[in-house]
Every structure is written in C-alpha cells, then in structure tokens.
Design a protein around this ligand. Structure first.
Ligand SMILES: NC(=O)c1ccc[n+]([C@@H]2O[C@H](COP(=O)([O-])OP(=O)(O)OC[C@H]3O[C@@H](n4cnc5c(N)ncnc54)[C@H](O)[C@@H]3O)[C@@H](O)[C@H]2O)c1
Length: 339
C-alpha cells in the first residue's frame, strides 16, 4: 500500500506520517509538501532515513509535478492536509488560500481521478459550519449542519469539500472528508493559540488574547485526530463526511490561564487585544456518527494532552526557536504590535 500525504511537513500531517509509519509498518508513505513558512523538514527528521518513507518538495497546484509523482508512485490512497491554515493570514491575504486550498485540492482530485486511487481523503475543519452562539450550549455541529463560513480560510476549506463531494457524485471518485475541531499537540507552528502562549510564556512576553478571550473551541489531541483519519481510510464509506471532535469545549482565556499555571508564570502577562474580524464565537462538534459507525472515541483527556504538549515544547525548544524565522517575526509584529 502506498499512501501520499500532502502537507506532511506541517503540524497534523507530520503527526499523521509518524502515526502511519508506526501503525502500518508494511505501508509506504510519500510526503508531498511545498515547505511554506508552516512546513518544516526538521519536523520529519525522524522519518527521513526510513526506506518506507520518501519526501518530495512540490506545490499541490503544480499540475505537471503532481501528475508525474502520482504516475511514479501509483498511490492507493491520497490524504490531503496541504493547506494555508491560519485564519488571521487569510484575512490579510485571501488569494493564496483560494489557490492552495481550492485549486490545489482540485489538482489532486484530478490526478486521483485520472490515474485511479482507492481513496482520496480531504482533511477539512469544523470551521466550515461557521459558529454557534455562546448561550446555546445544547447546539452542536453534525454532518447535516449547513456550511456557513465566516473567514476566507473556512470558505476555501468549504470550497474544497464541495468540490470533493462533486467529484464523488459526478465522477465516482472514492472520496471521504473529515471535519475536525481544533487540534493541539507536538509540532504545531507557534502562531496558533496553544504553542504561541507556551512560547511567549517561556520568553516572559505578553500573552495576546483576542477580545475578552471568551471564544470557545472544542480541543482534540492531534493523535486522536490521526487515529480517526486512519479509521476512516480503512472502514469509512466513500462519499461520506465524518465529524471528529472530543466534546472538550474550552474558552481561550481558560486555556491561557492553564498554560500560565503549568509554567509557573503570572496571569499579568495576559494582554487583551482588539478582536479578530468576524471572530467565530463557539465551535462544538457532535462526533456521534464516527463513534457509532467506526467506533472512534478520543483517548486523550485534555489535562493530560495539554501537560504532554507543554512538556514537548519544553523539550523541543530548539525546534520551535529555529523555525520562528524572520518572516514569522515580521508577521507577528504586524499582527500584534498595534492591537
Ligand atoms: N490545526 C487544526 O487545528 C486543524 C483542525 C481541523 C482541520 N485542520 C486541517 O488540517 C490540515 C493541516 O493543518 P495543520 O494545522 O497541520 O497546518 P499547517 O499550517 O501546520 O501545515 C500545512 C502544511 O501544508 C503545506 N502546504 C501549504 N501549501 C502547500 C501547497 N500549495 N502545496 C504543498 N504543500 C503545501 C505547508 O508547507 C505545511 O507543511 C489543513 O488542511 C487544515 O485545514 C487543521
């Protein structure tokens, strides 16, 4: 079995590659990644020398390159993690999100269709459902919830989902889609909430929290997400969408306070900054379908996962300090200096 994993030098893709290499020692894993600011070869150092792993630097929008790789590798499965993923960046510059997240996904699906694969899996997000009000805790996103996006990022992800469903319906391409809630864990780029707060705490820098920090996200440890995708690949039904979430809703401010407590830093580091435009209030996944049909349940409790994540960032300081490049520093200044 050969699996092409796109975006595997990023956070979840890299965790998924390590998960696959461990769970399926007889599978060959090929990582296709453009290595944008969010992709880091150092993340894949532990896989690079393995004979059952290959890394190829490639843009998923490069049609000729993608076709050539697919012809050479003849994958049975393609899992698409490659994407521009940061909502704030999508507000600053939507164009690259449309290009990679929609056009690039389309190129991959064309290659899958023309060359024949057993499964194309699109890694999507709960953000395609928009948000839920804070005062209706009984509401959850199901697979039937209408798509109602808020940001250019979520709109581009919804675009890819719609295209995938059209390729299933029109061409019979065996597609599955997973829509997962917020992930946390090792190898996450320090622009996202949890690693950003850990990194700033460790540098005794202010902890910028949007608005009053009341926005609620449903947090899932990345390994639980990887296991869900692996189950969908093996037991999921083509043409189906699966929501993935851990029933673990937390307010941003409470997460930041937990990180301060665990690292022994004062909450006075917290600074409230101007809220993100169109900031979604609450995400909450109903994972009943993947539980009932595929037997998936999250295994990592939030307290344990957060503790493990903080420990990981403490033990891998070299990794995240190295990747916080000049480009990222300029971006950080632009985003937070005047809020
Ligand atoms: N992080 C989350 O909480 C979360 C939750 C649900 C779904 N998702 C989805 O999971 C996927 C992975 O998210 P992540 O947080 O690991 O992202 P990430 O930003 O950490 O990594 C994205 C990877 O994609 C690569 N990439 C970007 N553009 C590319 C292109 N044109 N061609 C090839 N490679 C390209 C980057 O180099 C990087 O390695 C995304 O599709 C995202 O929408 C993420």
């Amino acid at each position: 079995m050969t699996v092409i994993v796109t975006g595997g030098a990023g956070f979840i893709g890299a965790n998924f590659i390590y998960y696959l290499l461990n769970a399926h020692p007889d599978w060959r894993v090929v990582c296709l990644d453009k290595l944008t600011y969010a992709g880091n070869l150092s993340t894949l150092r532990g896989a690079m020398d393995r004979p059952d792993f290959r890394f190829v630097r490639l843009d998923i929008c490069d049609r000729a390159g993608v076709y050539a790789l697919f012809r050479e590798e003849k994958p049975e499965i393609v899992v698409n993690f490659a994407a521009e993923t940061h909502v704030d960046r999508s507000i600053e510059d939507p164009g690259i999100f449309l290009q990679t997240n929609v056009v690039g996904a389309g190129v991959l699906m064309d290659a899958c269709r023309d060359l024949g694969v057993e499964r194309f899996h699109q890694v999507s997000t709960d953000e395609v459902y928009g948000d839920l009000p804070l005062d209706r805790p009984e509401l959850f996103f199901t697979e039937e919830t209408p798509l109602r996006t808020s940001s250019p990022y979520s709109s581009s992800k919804a675009g890819a989902d719609l295209l995938a469903m059209a390729y299933w319906r029109t061409y019979g391409l065996p597609v599955t889609i997973s829509r997962c809630s917020n992930n946390y864990g090792p190898w996450q780029f320090p622009e996202k909430l949890i690693p950003l707060m850990i990194a700033n705490c460790l540098h005794d820098k202010p902890l910028p929290v949007y608005g009053k920090g009341e926005n609620v996200r449903d947090w899932l440890y990345v390994e639980d997400h990887c296991r869900a995708i692996d189950l969908i690949l093996q037991k999921g039904t083509a043409g189906e969408v699966y929501n993935v979430g851990g029933h673990n809703e937390m307010r941003n401010i409470d997460i930041v306070k937990l990180i301060c407590a665990e690292l022994g830093k004062p909450e006075s580091l917290i600074t409230f900054v101007t809220d993100r435009k169109g900031h979604d209030k609450r995400y909450a996944i109903d994972p009943a379908k993947i539980h009932a049909e595929l037997g998936w349940l999250p295994e990592t409790k939030f307290a344990d996962g957060l503790h493990a994540t903080i420990r990981w960032y403490l033990e891998h300081r070299g990794w995240w300090e190295e990747i916080v490049s000049g480009e990222y520093r300029n971006y950080y200044e632009k985003m937070y200096a005047h809020r």
